[in-house]
Design a protein around this ligand. Structure first.
Ligand code: PAF
Length: 288
């Protein structure tokens, strides 16, 4: 049987109420569709922890910075449902724009601090759009657990902060980035790469992992990051928006790996913007 699809909040709430009446623990995996193995890994992680798993599919206009980007975003509901069925998701929630943002909708949910800098600096309003829709999805599903990919590391921090700050009774879990064999992080945007760009794309992960090793061995971050930018441009990236070392705990800027840190980058390959991040282990600093 294919995964059941519901399109309204009322229908969603009725289904979840029935599950709860039977004592089930409910998880949600929010997505914008165009599902790939990264999303499916989140569904599997959710299935391991919960009795019922809802996948949401809503291409959220509030988090896009340009109408062209929103229009170009893949919409593949039929294929997405077909991918979810064998994995065992219990429900696909696909509201339309009017269901999510009915006429007169006027509320914005905004998380300060962790949403600033990095992607927040280059995509004004993006995290307000994410926070607003995620708050609604959490409330609409009433889920106990939510699963997000570490690929969108800043988003994961924003969502955790949101849930904690307004006392949402939901536990947010981050799951590891899934990569192609050559290291490229899976992303719905990868399909936009030309064959030539696809060859260049893994340089982002390659450079990040090699910089992380250097910083973990005690090299000061600033020159390593400058070198990383040069390496990405030499590899064929058109522009590096940011390449930064941040604390894994709260995303504050750090200059070495004295505490657990994360290297994060966004770079343009032609007209495609790719992001990635890798952990920088702490505790391996030399005393030099
Ligand atoms: O990561 C995404 O796909 C989106 O930002 C999310 C969390 C589904 C909100 O629209």
């Amino acid at each position: 049987m294919s995964v059941p699809i519901v399109r309204t909040v009322a229908e969603l709430r009725r289904t979840v109420a029935d599950w709860r009446a039977d004592g089930n623990r409910v998880a949600v995996v929010p997505t914008m569709g165009a599902l790939h193995e990264g999303h499916l890994s989140l569904v599997r992680a959710a299935l391991a922890e919960a009795d019922r798993v809802i996948v949401t599919l809503f291409v959220n206009p509030k988090q896009f910075n340009s109408a062209a980007d929103l229009a170009a975003y893949p919409r593949t509901e039929v294929e997405d449902a077909a991918k979810l069925t064998p994995v065992g998701a219990h429900l696909l929630y696909c509201p339309d724009g009017g269901e999510m943002y009915p006429s007169g909708f006027s509320t914005t949910v905004s998380v300060a601090g962790v949403s600033e800098g990095l992607c927040g600096a280059f995509r004004p309003g993006h995290f307000d759009g994410v926070s607003t829709v995620v708050a609604k999805l959490f409330l609409q599903t009433g889920a106990d657990l939510a699963f997000f990919g570490e690929k969108d590391y800043q988003q994961l921090h924003v969502v955790k902060r949101l849930a904690a700050d307004i006392d949402m009774p939901i536990e947010v879990t981050g799951c590891p980035t899934i990569r192609e064999p050559d290291g490229l992080a899976l992303s719905s945007r990868n399909v936009r790469l030309s064959p030539e760009q696809r060859v260049v794309a893994p340089a982002l992960a390659r450079v990040l992992f090699s910089l992380a090793d250097r910083i973990a061995s005690g090299a000061p971050a600033a020159p390593v990051l400058a070198d990383g930018r040069a390496q990405l441009l030499a590899a064929g990236y058109r522009e590096v928006e940011y390449l930064e070392l941040r604390s894994s705990d709260d995303l504050s800027p750090v200059s070495d790996a004295a505490r657990p840190a994360r290297l994060l980058a966004a770079a343009w390959l032609g007209e495609t913007r790719l992001i990635d991040n890798v952990p920088v282990p702490s505790g391996t600093l030399s005393n030099a």
